[in-house]
Design a protein around this ligand. Structure first.
Ligand code: GLC
Length: 814
């Protein structure tokens, strides 16, 4: 807790400018490099390396040349092949990959310009102090808006805020001035309406800061490592910047289909019967659910890779019963390994030299749940492999997903609440102090876990959930936003948090639904479930000392609201799953701020009490108790109320009715929404056809992704991608289906299953909003007419088509 001492005048932060003492100084010479140049200044140098289109890496260095290596956040990148250097009296102009970096000869200050000539990044100063704390400042204007930075509190637009990057276990508070939480993603998007968007990624896993508050007309990027390793990413569009960042730090792999089902957790389901009873209740009450969690009480004395024999006497039997009911189980695995010479994992870790230690050789021992514990050094391939292989313990019980927690790492008994900064990580012979690489600890733990699980699962896709992470975490794990509270404010704040995570590469994210700490209420669980059912990661979780918050704990009405919300998620699963595929291939987020799809719309600049799921669904959750209506901003175009079918002109606010049973939800006219029949878990066989719901009154398309939902086969092409396109021209309306990829056809011969989720050989097409009856309906496969029944009462076209068929449905309106 803070006291008044924190505002003591002598403790107030020095302004950046006053503390700074060194600058690059006059540039003395240029030295050619592959796809770039080294510019040697009086006090330091600047290295420019041009990568793929729209990406440049800019480093400040002391000495002859910068270090070549990148951190594990960055994937190997191609280098530009069109590098050019021009020199004038005042500046060097380096260009390639559609970007130009102009460096002042007088002082080494740099700016970056896009291919259209517009300035993306206008450098103002680059300084460092006696402690080598580096500060880079760049111009911002009244019209500047800032996004990204991963998991931060506050609103969507980060203008006027300052944040630190230092992974921290913050049980409380999560409030707007909380500068650091569990994740550190030093990636900032600078956006000005009418100008090209720009991304700035500071690849530094030590303590860094982004300050869009205190510099007047400048924003600042700071690092304490003494290095500046910066990537500037051009647009021109916001989406381009997000995609380039994903190309740099990686796209998320496809999760197993079950991992995007609803998940139920509790700290803790205390014993086998408690967990089984939860599972049975889910099924009896017909609340769709795929995953149950085991928190720390499943372990004996909180020792990872053990079962508590009293609480969980028959884990395999329990797992078999749960599998029978269609549940997956995800146990928590923390990094702390109990210091106990009788505990084989501890002994083995010590003997193999897998734990973190000080330079002098002492193990770092810190207290967490099991008491004094050692921590695996995941920077070292040997230790990471050892850790990963230990997961065979879980795999042998039928487990395919792991929950990594406390991996900032959180340590209870150090004053910093984390690992000592002078711990030295082995990093395969290139040692780094913990201070230098703190923010990578959680990500490298999840990497070791993901890779170990993938090895053990023999071709099946594992699922990993993590609390801590750094840029690139999306390659290994989904992210939940840690220990929120059952406050309405936290329900509201989880929207901008998840949206900015999505803009920062982490598509698969979500908060604890219902709130973790503090006692929740039925109304809050209902409203949070309505919203959370449309988030990529959808898990209800609550703390040890608060009332139970499964959907049925608050009476029939709340239970029904939650059921209906989750039913919607399961009906929309083909839509959601296809959006995961889009994230896998492009890096674009699954839930999106309106601004991403409507980048010209100033009203969307800081809009974060509503969001888009993909491009076509707009959700406006209720964020206050007792509210039965809310104002919703509909962007330009026509929007259709998902529930009532009412058509609304966009570009304005509307007042939406929202009694407890209703979360306002709209579909963009022109959208094609694939929906499947309801099921209780993703592994349940499909009954009934896939329905394509077409919302006429605009044009649109949708690419439907299908695979087996569980293997890595899709990486080798074992998937089907169908594009549906809806067009409107005069009185003619057409819906066409085209196979963009049909990898399942060949695979069928080698025994690959048809997808569990969305394989339907019958298709129903429901077209809403045609305006008038079709005078003629023609269904063709190429030139060949096909059979199609039209139910004019329900406005539904029914056809039986093998999935492989391409077709064209043409309607002439009367
Ligand atoms: C941490 C986690 C929380 C978990 C608890 C016990 O607080 O954030 O989700 O339930 O530890 O393991």
């Amino acid at each position: 807790m803070l006291t008044s001492e924190t505002i003591h005048p002598d403790l107030q932060g020095q302004s950046v400018e006053k503390a700074a003492v060194h600058r690059i100084g006059r540039i003395k010479r240029a030295e050619a490099q592959a796809a770039g140049v080294l510019l040697h200044g009086e006090k330091a140098g600047l290295s420019l390396t041009f990568l793929a289109e729209g990406m440049v890496r800019i480093r400040q260095f002391l000495g002859a040349a910068p270090e070549q290596a990148t951190t594990p956040a960055v994937l190997p990148q191609p280098k530009a092949d069109d590098f050019k250097l021009e020199e004038s009296d005042t500046a060097y102009k380096a260009s390639a990959a559609g970007l130009t970096v102009s460096v002042s000869k007088e002082n080494g200050i740099f700016s970056v310009f896009g291919s259209g000539g517009g300035c993306l990044f206008e450098g103002k100063d680059l300084t460092w102090d006696a402690h080598r704390r580096i500060t880079l400042t760049a111009a911002m204007t009244d019209d500047s808006h800032f996004y990204g930075l991963g998991e931060k509190t506050g609103f969507l637009d980060k203008k006027g805020e300052r944040y630190e990057m230092w992974n921290s276990d913050v049980y409380a508070p999560h409030v707007p001035d909380t500068e650091a939480l569990y994740q550190s993603i030093p990636f900032l998007i600078h956006y000005r309406f009418g100008e090209a968007a720009c991304g700035v990624f500071l690849d530094d896993p030590g303590r860094t800061a982004f300050d869009m508050r205190t510099g007047g007309d400048r924003y600042a990027v700071q690092s304490e490592s003494g290095n500046l390793d910066l990537y500037v990413l051009g647009g021109p569009k916001l989406k381009d910047v997000v995609k380039r960042y994903a190309a740099l730090t990686g796209k998320p792999p496809m999760p197993p289909l079950w991992a995007i089902g609803y998940q139920q957790s509790r700290y803790s389901y205390m014993n086998q019967e408690d967990l089984l009873e939860t599972a049975r209740t889910m099924r009896a009450k017909r609340i769709p659910c795929d995953v149950l969690y085991l928190d720390i009480h499943y372990m004996e004395e909180y020792k990872v890779f053990t079962w508590d024999p009293a609480r969980f006497p028959d884990p395999r039997g329990m797992m078999a019963d749960l599998a029978e009911m269609g549940f997956h189980v995800v146990p928590i695995v923390d990094p702390g390994v109990k210091k106990d010479p009788k505990y084989p994992i501890y002994r083995e870790g010590v003997e193999r030299g897998c734990f973190c230690s000080k330079l002098e050789g002492d193990l770092f021992i810190g207290s967490v749940w099991p008491g004094p514990s050692a921590f695996t050094d995941y920077t070292d391939d040997k230790a990471a492999k050892w850790w990963g292989d230990l997961h065979q313990f879980y795999i042998d019980s039928g487990i395919k997903g792991i929950w990594n927690d406390m991996n900032e790492p959180s340590v209870f008994d150090t004053s910093s609440k984390t690992m000592d900064e002078d711990v030295v990580h082995a990093n395969n012979g290139d040692p780094k102090t913990h201070g230098e690489w703190h923010n990578l600890y959680g990500m490298l733990m999840s990497k070791a876990t993901y890779e170990g699980m993938a090895r053990g699962l023999g071709g099946e896709r594992p699922f990993v959930l993590t609390r801590a992470g750094y840029a690139g975490i999306q390659r290994y794990a989904a992210v939940w936003t840690g220990d929120n509270r059952s406050y309405w404010e936290h329900l509201a704040m989880s929207i901008p948090m998840v949206l900015n995570l999505g803009l920062s590469g982490v598509a698969f994210a979500g908060p604890d639904i219902g709130g973790f700490a503090h006692h929740t209420s039925g109304e809050l669980v209902a409203r949070w479930t309505q919203m959370g059912a449309l988030f990529p990661f959808c898990r209800n979780h609550s703390a040890i000392d608060v009332i139970r918050q499964e959907p049925w704990r608050f009476g029939d009405r709340i239970e029904a609201v939650c059921r209906e919300a989750l039913n919607l998620r399961y009906r929309l699963m083909p839509y959601l799953y296809s959006l995961f595929y889009e994230a896998t291939t492009t890096g674009l987020p699954i839930v999106r701020p309106l601004l991403l799809e409507y980048p010209e719309d100033r009203r969307a600049a800081n809009l974060c009490d509503q969001f888009l799921l993909g491009r076509d669904l707009l959700a406006a959750p209720i964020l206050r108790p007792g509210a039965a209506a809310r104002s919703v901003y509909l962007p330009e175009g026509v929007w259709i109320d998902y529930r009532t079918g009412e058509r609304l002109e966009g570009g304005r606010h509307v007042l939406a009715d929202a009694p407890l049973e209703v979360m306002p939800l709209y579909v963009r006219a022109g959208a094609i929404l694939p929906e499947q029949p309801l099921r209780q878990h993703t592994g349940e066989a499909a009954e009934g056809p896939l329905t394509l719901k077409v919302y006429a009154g605009g044009e649109g398309s949708f690419s439907l992704f299908e695979d087996d939902g569980k293997t890595f086969g899709y990486e080798q092409g074992a998937y089907r991608l169908r594009e549906f396109v809806w067009t409107e021209s005069g009185g003619e309306r057409t819906l066409s289906a085209r196979l963009l990829h049909d990898g399942l056809r060949e695979e069928a011969a080698v025994g690959l299953e048809e997808p569990a989720g969305a394989a339907a050989s019958e298709l129903m097409i429901a077209i809403a909003g045609l305006g008038s009856e079709p005078a003629s309906v023609v269904l063709n496969e190429g030139d060949k007419p096909l059979d199609c029944r039209y139910d004019s009462v329900r406005g539904i076209f029914e056809m039986t088509l093998p999935n492989k068929r391409e077709f064209r449905l043409t309607l002439q309106l009367s």
